[in-house]
Design a binder for this molecule. Structure first.
Ligand code: AVI
Length: 329
């Protein structure tokens, strides 16, 4: 019997990026995982996206938090002192609104931002501690699950309640099955009564979604394309970004915006660090990101399956974005 021969990853190419690119470019359809966006240049491009006129997401969530911060922290605290943990905090630009409201309520607060980027966390710490001296910032450089585990194991929360922030609709970049797993991992580290604040982007007019993910200034296109530039640099590859086109597609069946990089011709690309030659046909794409858009019903199902009970929710007048407060059941 003849075995099917699958390409093998060369010995030594064992970094996370090597494994991701090798697996993704050997898949059909080809995929690359969105975490590859976030090198230094990609993180700067993402910050620029959050300020684009078409990208309503960040602005709308900020408006909701600005309007309801006091009510959110009061509902989460239930009369006890709160500590605040943030998953994928980055530079924590929206968090100040909630920290401010917590300080107004209880005088001071400890804030544990969790992120894989140490530089982003340092920036957050410096800014927050100078703007809000009543906030003690304790950064945790880790992925979400490990960060939550560290926070829990250290008993850092003391006797008060914990509020975990998972905002920015970052949950929308996971498949539904993975999203449940992420939230279950968070739930496992919480005591009953501790809360999760989840921000999700809602289903809306398709043309508005297209514009948000394919903006006129081309920033999102550069963000998507940056993945190829990163692979060229880190894995000695020969992608020519000019021979690919950014694409944002609405997938109605899965309720998600997909980002793709479409090959503008039949071509071969070498990824020399992986001893890999990748062939593209004309119009073939690499699927780089899903951004799921939610309904109340879907979020409720997600929270329930992950072991949370919805307490309250807040939206903007257009219902473009919703922030849900749920307690560990
Ligand atoms: C980080 N995440 C919530 C963004 C989103 O909207 O899905 C990433 C992004 N991709 C393109 N534009 C923004």
């Amino acid at each position: 019997m003849s075995a099917i021969s699958l390409p093998k990853l060369p010995a030594g190419a064992s970094s996370a990026i090597a494994m991701e690119v090798f697996a993704g470019l050997n898949e059909r359809p080809k995929t690359l995982s969105p975490w590859l966006f976030y090198d230094a240049a990609g993180s700067r491009l993402f910050e620029a996206i959050t300020e684009l006129p078409e990208y309503y997401v960040t602005r709308t969530e900020r408006q909701i938090l600005a309007k309801h911060a006091a009510e959110i922290v009061a509902a989460a605290a239930g009369g006890r002192d709160l500590s605040i943990i943030e998953l994928g905090a980055g530079t924590a630009t929206k968090t100040g609104l909630l920290l401010n409201a917590t300080v107004a309520q209880q005088g001071s607060v400890t804030y544990y931002p969790i992120d894989v980027s140490e530089t982003a966390l340092q920036e957050a710490r410096t800014r927050l501690e100078s703007e809000l001296p009543e906030v003690t910032v304790e950064p945790i450089v880790a992925d979400y699950t490990e960060g939550m585990r560290q926070n829990n194991a250290a008993g850092l929360a003391g006797a008060g309640r914990r509020l975990v922030l998972y905002i920015g609709s970052s949950i929308g970049n996971f498949s539904p099955a993975d999203a449940i797993e992420v939230l279950r991992g968070v739930r496992a580290q919480l005591a009953p009564g501790d809360c999760l604040l989840l921000g999700t982007d809602m289903v809306k007019d398709t043309s508005m979604l297209h514009a948000a993910y394919d903006d006129a200034a081309g920033v999102t296109a550069r963000f998507n394309m940056n993945m190829l530039i990163r692979i060229n640099r880190e894995l000695d590859a020969t992608f020519n970004p000019q021979l690919f086109r950014h694409q944002a597609r609405w997938n109605e069946q899965h309720s998600r915006i997909e980002m793709h990089l479409e090959s503008l011709l039949a071509q071969k690309v070498a990824v020399r660090a992986l001893d890999l030659e990748v062939r593209f046909s004309l119009g073939e794409t690499i699927h780089t990101e899903n951004s799921y858009k939610f309904t109340d019903q879907r979020v409720l199902a997600l929270l329930t399956r992950a072991g949370f009970k919805l307490r309250k929710q807040w939206s903007d007048d257009n219902k473009w974005f919703t922030v849900y407060l749920a307690a560990a059941a």
